[in-house]
Design a protein around this ligand. Structure first.
Ligand code: HEC
Length: 140
């Protein structure tokens, strides 16, 4: 009696585990994209671009350059409504265009040089899913 109960337990729990496994492989593209947005291979996009991908201020700081004080703010842009090609090349590549700055654009130049946005090595399917997720997020 005890033995068969035990067997029954093993059977149901393995069945249950199986269903969970199946559900996992059928997660929607939205959920897959969300998972990758929060936790890709590398630091999560969410950390810098915020929960709704609308960008945010990461840090404010003052910088002194030639005896002048500059109040700088490192902000990330919104990454909603970007065309797929730009999105793709930003995530998996580096901009090759060099930017130039005016003398008084001290903060802009400093932040540009810091090259904050990491380069990822994601496959097309992953980038596609993140893109899908971001562009299907409901505005809060
Ligand atoms: C450490 C902070 C950080 C993380 C993490 C990060 N980004 Fe960024 N991202 C930035 C900053 C800063 C910029 C703006 C400066 C630039 O373009 O390099 C940016 C720019 C972008 C742009 C270009 C926006 C435009 O208007 O051209 C895209 C697209 C983007 N990020 C997508 C992503 C995705 C997708 C992820 C996750 C896979 C991610 N980022 C993770 C900081 C980050």
């Amino acid at each position: 009696m005890i033995k068969s109960l035990f067997l029954f337990f093993i059977l149901t729990s393995s069945l249950f585990a199986n269903t969970l496994g199946n559900e996992n492989s059928f997660i929607t593209k939205f959920e897959y994209g969300k998972m990758l947005y929060n936790n890709p291979r590398g630091i999560g996009c969410i950390k810098c671009h915020g929960e709704n991908a609308e960008g945010k201020t990461i840090v404010s700081f003052t910088h002194v350059y030639r005896n002048k004080k500059y109040n700088c703010k490192l902000t990330t842009p919104s990454i909603k409504n970007i065309d797929y090609k730009t999105f793709y090349s930003k995530v998996n590549g580096k901009d090759t265009k060099k930017k130039t700055f005016q003398n008084d654009e001290v903060c802009q130049k400093l932040i540009y040089k810091a090259d904050v946005m990491p380069t990822y090595f994601l496959v097309n399917e992953e980038i596609d899913a993140i893109y899908y997720y971001i562009n299907n997020l409901k505005d809060k």
